[in-house]
Design a protein around this ligand. Structure first.
Ligand code: PEP
Ligand code: MG
Length: 764
């Protein structure tokens, strides 16, 4: 490696080679002249400074081939004539794998592709590095020597950084034709498969939730200033991770915690900081140093076969993006007030529920995240907003750019990136079909849900956020059968104070415009953990300290919520439902606490609710055998079939291996539900059901056959369920179902499907 010292005093240490190259490249870029002459000067300089006989720049064209754009050492006639097909030769391989290729005897390599027009037969060794820009390969920078030489690690580093500067030169538009090809890898159609987390289909355009930072200033003006900026940004990054860890360690166990721990480990890794500082000392800005080191990480990531380490390197990659955003002072697309297209599909690695609510929802169509399950809080909000959303879409952030067309199919979990016109046409048909369906449902909005034989069924919606309230009027539902109050708590980063809670409940009651709302008291614990409440680690959280158990052990929380509800009701009717009741004494205790609050508040001038209804959720099988004792204590009961069935079948509702193993339309489950309906009738206590099964037309049909006359479901299910009801003869079904429950065992789904078919019951 040769360094140039010029007129500098002899006492100074030699200037690092990279600094010399960077300085020379800066000078070249500032010089007047055409683009080709600049590229020619660049290759000449690099070959001289790296003591290489050849230095060439190949750039990627639209079709993925690599064209020789400039060379020092190869025959000049080859420039713009030599083209390597995608993946062809060592240079093509370098571009394809996005990794440096260091070959002392390139011609002996099986992948070597000989091009006589270049005259390269006399050169044996080759070092080729990808020209990368924000993770996209733009081309290849290669040096060659006659001798069989293995280039040193330092050579590789120097050439990689040089390639970054060349990339900057290319994307700044200096090289005609190459800029257009630059985004090639982000311009091909492809499909990423994930998990649907909120049903629907969306056609639209990508907005990256965390906009990609494009580093435009590569060369440092003042190295000390850049080192300080780097240090300050790193400090901020660490502080933000500590803060997230403080919250999230309580909020989420498992995978997410592991990722955060990996982040923290990397953020405190001296090696990473040393590499970043070294890159700055060589003459890069802090941003360029981060990107430079990130490119090496990406290279290692691509080569890594071990899935665990590949994931960890992805974490480091993500962390580098965060650091870049801190340096560039960027936040999220919503916070930056970016103009959103009217068909925005948000794409993010992770996203919190509050962040999703930051966006103008009238512009949103879909959401795609790399992490996140159907149980995640952001999924809850996505469902409330009616977005088509897919989670577990691994690697999607790297593969898209803001503005890309995208289709989210949250029925299958497929995410189509830059879809072809055929795919767009097929999905447009699908969307039109769904829209037609939707219009049919809307037409039923004000039609009462009455069966063909004249039985009226009361349909209610489940809700949990203020954004759900418009669904009440849109769906034509009679009320809110389940308001999951914990959702408001889950999307908040601190405990909502009593006044804030009261304000939310008041807005909900006002928004319901006189329609009944059943507020469920806090159902936290299990998978619903609040970041700001200390929760012991539990082996079996579903069977653990949750819901009413927690409320009775920590009555302060419960009382605050009850006070907020009474104040919000301000003399109107109030319905409170208690989750996870396992024994009758729990409902007695809850009622006692509630009536005490009513008395106390009345003394302070807060009016009593005109009517106070207190109900129990039937979610724990033990209660099935104590229903006669329970009924006299409650004004209504509501079956939480999601939990009841998970406990009945001992099958975790969120575990994909067992969650769908047992059919809710099984004789055992249906007999249990029938028992609740019958006991309610004996005691004159209204019985409803508010689990997910109420929203599936066939299941809802079975519930009506069992005698349920009120059910509560997701707003989008009201239309399909009402359609089913309007075409059903409930009495005929009841007789048939009774017979099935006496004669069959296991699932009776196929029998019920057959009944629906024979009777013309519409199941959409
Ligand atoms: C249920 O368990 O069926 C229910 C409605 O409550 P959640 O889904 O909120 O647990
Ligand atoms: Mg439940």
């Amino acid at each position: 490696m040769q360094t140039r010292r010029g007129d500098e005093p002899r006492t100074l240490p030699p200037e690092p080679a990279l600094r010399v190259i960077l300085r020379r490249l800066r000078e070249i870029m500032a010089e007047p002249g055409g683009e080709q002459s600049r590229l020619d000067k660049i290759v000449r300089q690099i070959s001289g400074l790296m003591v290489a006989e050849v230095c060439s720049i190949y750039l990627k064209r639209q079709d993925g081939s690599l064209e020789l754009f400039a060379t020092e050492g190869l025959k000049k006639e080859a420039v713009h004539n030599t083209r390597l097909k995608r993946g062809e030769g060592l240079v093509g391989r370098c571009a394809e794998l996005a990794v440096p290729i260091n070959e002392p005897d390139a011609q002996q390599h099986p992948a070597f592709s000989y091009r006589p027009e270049t005259g390269e037969e006399i050169y044996h060794s080759m070092l080729a590095v990808p020209i990368l820009r924000s993770g996209t390969v733009l081309g290849v920078l290669a040096v060659q020597n006659r001798t069989r030489r293995e280039y040193s690690d330092e050579d590789v580093e120097v050439l990689l950084t040089t390639a970054m500067v060349v990339a900057e030169h290319i994307v700044s538009g200096a090289v005609a034709g190459a800029g257009a090809a630059a985004e090639l890898s982000r311009s091909l159609a492809s499909v990423v498969h994930g998990e649907p987390i909120s049903e629907g289909i969306a056609l639209g355009h990508v907005v990256l939730h965390e906009p990609r930072v494009v580093v435009t200033k590569l060369l440092a003006e003042d190295i000390d200033v850049e080192l300080e900026r780097l240090e300050a940004a790193m400090h901020k990054l660490r502080a933000s991770l500590d803060e997230m860890m403080g919250i999230e360690s309580l909020a989420q166990a498992g995978d997410h915690r592991e990722v955060l721990e990996a982040y923290r480990m990397f953020a405190n890794d001296r090696g990473w900081m040393r590499r970043l500082e070294a890159a700055v000392r060589e003459g890069l800005t802090a941003e360029a140093a981060v990107e430079r080191v990130q490119n090496t990480t990406r290279t290692r990531m691509l080569r890594q076969n071990d899935p665990y380490w590949r994931e960890r390197l992805r974490d480091l990659d993500d962390l580098s993006d965060r650091l870049l955003r801190i340096l560039a002072g960027r936040t999220t697309a919503a916070r930056e007030g970016l103009e959103l297209p009217n068909d925005t599909i948000l794409v993010a690695r992770t996203m919190g529920p509050a962040e999703l609510l930051d966006y103008d929802r009238s512009k949103l169509r879909g959401l795609v995240i790399e992490e996140g399950s159907g149980q995640s809080h952001v999924a809850i909000v996505a469902r409330a907003l009616g977005l088509a959303a897919v989670g577990q879409a691994r690697g999607i952030v790297e593969r898209v750019a803001t503005g890309d067309p995208m289709i989210v199919d949250a029925e299958t979990g497929d995410v189509h990136l830059r879809p072809s016109s055929d795919v767009v046409a097929a999905y447009s048909d699908k969307v039109r079909f769904r829209a037609r369906r939707q219009r049919q449902y809307q037409a039923l909005r004000d039609v009462p849900a009455i069966t063909k034989d004249g039985i009226r069924i009361s349909l209610h919606i489940n809700a949990g956020l203020l954004v759900d309230i418009p669904h009440l009027a849109e769906s034509g539902a009679e009320g809110i059968g389940l308001f999951r109050t914990e959702l408001q708590f889950m999307i908040s980063s601190t405990f909502p104070r009593r006044d804030k809670q009261a304000e939310t409940y008041r807005q909900i009651m006002d928004g319901a415009q006189g329609k009944p709302v059943v507020f469920r008291s806090l159902d936290i614990g299990g998978d619903k953990i609040l970041p700001y409440i200390k929760h012991p680690k539990e082996e079996n959280p579903a069977l653990g300290w949750r819901a009413i158990r927690m409320s009775l052990d920590r009555p302060g929380l419960f009382r605050t919520q009850v006070q907020a509800l009474i104040r919000a009701a301000a003399g109107r009717e109030l319905s409170i439902m208690i989750p996870m009741v396992s024994v009758v004494s729990e409902i007695e205790a809850a009622k006692m606490l509630i009536s005490r609050e009513v008395e106390q508040l009345e003394k302070r001038g807060v009016p009593r609710p005109s009517k106070l209804r207190i109900g129990a959720m039937i979610e724990v099988p033990s209660l099935l055998y104590e229903l006669d004792a329970l009924m006299p204590h409650v004004d209504f009961v509501s079956v939480g079939s999601n939990d009841l069935l998970q406990f009945l079948f001992a099958a975790d509702r969120s575990n994909a291996h067992v969650g769908h193993r047992y059919d809710p339309l099984s004789v055992s489950a249906l007999r249990a539900l029938r028992h609740v309906v019958r006991t309610g009738a004996v005691h004159g206590v209204p019985v409803t059901l508010c689990g997910e099964m109420a929203g599936r037309p066939l299941e809802a049909m079975a519930l009506i056959g069992l005698g349920f006359r009120t059910i509560s479901m997701a707003p989008a299910s009201i239309g399909p369920v009402k359609t089913m009801i309007l075409s059903l003869n409930a009495d005929k079904l009841a007789g048939h179902l009774e017979e099935l429950l006496q004669t069959q065992s296991g699932s009776i789904r196929s029998h019920l499907q057959e009944f629906a078919r024979a009777e013309g019951v519409e199941l959409s």
